[in-house]
Structure formats: C-alpha cells, structure tokens
Design a binder for this molecule. Sequence first.
Ligand SMILES: Nc1ncnc2c1ncn2[C@@H]1O[C@H](COP(=O)(O)OP(=O)(O)OP(=O)(O)O)[C@@H](O)[C@H]1O
Ligand SMILES: [Mg+2]
Length: 243
Amino acid sequence: MANTILKASGIFHSYGKATAKREVLKNFSLSVGEGEFVALMGPSGSGKSTFLHLAAALLVPDSGEITIGSTIVSSLNDSKATVFRRRNIGIVFQSFNLVESLNVAENIALPAKLDGRRVDRDRIDELLNELGLDGMASRRVNELSGGERQRVAIARALYLNPAIILADEPTGNLDQKAACQIREMLVELNKREKCAVLLVTHDPLMASSAGRICFLKDGAIVKELEGPNGAEEISSAYLEYTR
Ligand SMILES: Nc1ncnc2c1ncn2[C@@H]1O[C@H](COP(=O)(O)OP(=O)(O)OP(=O)(O)O)[C@@H](O)[C@H]1O
Ligand SMILES: [Mg+2]
C-alpha cells in the first residue's frame, strides 16, 4: 500500500446549535493513498461535500483529525489554511468558480500568482494541451461551454502539482459527452501527474474510474469496494449499502 496522502480519523461535524443541531459526520474515517483514485458516494445530504470542505480546511470539524501529507489541516488557522490549500490541494468544486473577468491562462495561474510566484507559461501550455484546450489561453471564460470551463478549473487545480485533487461532482452540470471527457481526463491526469484524486459523484460511470469506492451513510463510511468495478456493480452496491 502506498503512503497515505489524506487521512481522516474519527471526524464529527455538525451544523446549527442546540435543538437545531444536525450531526452530519459521526466518527467518519477515510484514507487516500499517494496517487490513489478514490470515489466517495452517498445519498444527497449524507455529508460528502461537507467532508471535502473539511479536507480542504474550508471548515473545521467539531472533533477528529484530518491530515494531508504530514500537515494536520483540521487545526490550521485561516491564513495558514489558505496558503496550505493553494500549495497542496487541487480543488474542483461546482462552487469554486472561475473569475469571469480573467482569461483562461490567467485563471489557471491565479493560485500561483496569489502565492507570489512567477507565471510559468510552459506549465500553462502543457495543461491546456493535456486538457484539450489548445489555443484557448486568451479566451474569456464567459465565452466557454460548461465542459470547457470545468476543464479550465481542473487545469487551475493541477497547476501547482498538488498532492491531491478534491473534486465535488465535477460533471454534475455537464452532458454525457462532456462528462465522459472530464472522466477520461481525470483518469489520465491521475496516472500521468501521479496526483491522488478524491472524487465525490452520484454517477456510477464516473465512480467506475476509481480504484476504490467508499459509500457514506449515516455519517460514516459503511462499505469500501476495491476496484475496478463496472457501473452496474457500483449501482447495485450503492443501493445495497446506502439504502
Ligand atoms: N452551511 C450549512 N449550514 C447548515 N446545514 C448545512 C450546511 N451545509 C450543509 N448542511 C446540511 O448538512 C447535510 C450534509 O450536506 P452536504 O452538502 O455535505 O451533503 P452532500 O452529501 O454533499 O449532498 P449532495 O449529494 O446533495 O451534494 C445536509 O443535510 C445539509 O442540509
Ligand atoms: Mg454535495
């Protein structure tokens, strides 16, 4: 087994207070190995996005610990978390939108720029090529299709060679063809860039790309399925374990 890149142990997380308190994650634990591709599936409202936000240090758990590499992300303060996230985590969330006033290349290099680094034109070109966006560097993002935008978001996530990509339903808003392209690219990038991927998805076909599938129910992982698995196997396992 490869070294662990992400490790969450005994996570509890709730929203609201007193009588309105809702416990979403209850003794949740999950590990992702270096370079591993893991899918996280579970019913709507089961806490998948909550966990990705915790792993990205955008939220702090009530208790438990999350480490990425050797850093305990669950206890970073806001400013340390911002820098750590930028340098070590690739985020592809539906809500982490592109900056409309910037072009494609500027969006991709934005995290590096915020980190005070020189823009690496070769790296941008390499990513544009890997993601099928050749020649689009100076296009405005508001002129792009949904699939193209999501590929720009993936390029931005990869730009600084993160150890792990956290992706929250990256194909949720796309048609089947665009979704398929994104899926194939994530698989390719996971192999080529040796970057671990933790992918939240409701789509069994997307999940079939993962080496392991974790099913979340009632606040914790109830089943892990080693891959490779076909979409049909995943669908029936989903029904069996998250019902
Ligand atoms: N900021 C918040 N304040 C209060 N409750 C929240 C907040 N964010 C999420 N929740 C609640 O926590 C639960 C888990 O939400 P979460 O978004 O993690 O689910 P999910 O598994 O990602 O669902 P989906 O598949 O629909 O995206 C839901 O019941 C949701 O209503
Ligand atoms: Mg969600």
